[in-house]
Design a protein around this ligand. Structure first.
Ligand SMILES: [Zn+2]
Length: 202
């Protein structure tokens, strides 16, 4: 391997040559990647996605997210995806957690697979296809915030919900109004409670 020469005058040509060398080097790297690099990246990627290729993943939930009740809602939504074929669970999770996903897979008539975690960051549940679907964001961001507040931007909240949200996210709570007596008479419902109920009755 030749090294690049930095400096003035004559060095500029060397620099230009250096760039060509860099390109060759890039080419070499690319070739190497093609031979051995990519499979290696794919292998660690597959460990995270419970044995699936990232490009085939529709949704992934962490182990922590899986213990939350609202995980079922998200998994059900993902299974409605026409490309969704299988639900894979990390068999290191509790029997209770695993069985709720097992029932859901059965209900939605999708394949259910249980696999051992092969790395620390292995997901808890993965919904995948047998072909590449290349979905952008397959991770879900929920945890701290109760599901009834997720993706809720504005509206009116009942007193309980308002205080609950205010405790977690003061600034965010300011986007919402509190239901007044007049609102109640007019039949205005708390947007968070309404959302919560819609999950319960699914
Ligand atoms: Zn409420």
């Amino acid at each position: 391997m030749r090294t690049m020469i930095h400096g003035s005058g004559a060095a500029a040509a060397a620099n230009a040559r250096g760039e060509i060398l860099m390109k060759k080097d890039e080419l070499r790297k690319t070739v190497e990647r093609g031979i051995g690099g990519v499979p290696e990246i794919k292998a660690s990627e597959k460990k995270k996605w419970l044995g699936e290729f990232r490009e085939r993943v529709i949704l992934g939930l962490t182990v922590k997210q899986c213990s939350s009740e609202c995980s079922l809602h998200y998994v059900r939504e993902a299974l409605k995806d026409a490309m969704a074929e299988k639900l894979i669970v990390n068999n290191g999770m509790s029997i209770n957690t695993i069985s709720k996903f097992m029932k859901l897979a059965d209900e939605m008539e999708k394949n259910f697979i249980s696999r051992p975690a092969q790395c620390d960051n292995a997901m808890g549940v993965v919904i995948s296809s047998s072909v590449a679907v290349d979905r952008g964001n397959v991770d879900l961001e929920f945890g701290e915030l109760p599901i009834k507040f997720i993706k809720l931007e504005k509206g009116k909240l009942c007193n309980d919900c308002f205080l609950e949200l205010e405790k977690i996210k003061v600034k965010h709570a300011r986007n919402f109004g509190r239901i007044t007596l007049l609102d109640k008479i007019l039949g205005t419902k708390c947007v968070a409670c309404a959302k919560e109920n819609s999950y319960k009755f699914e």
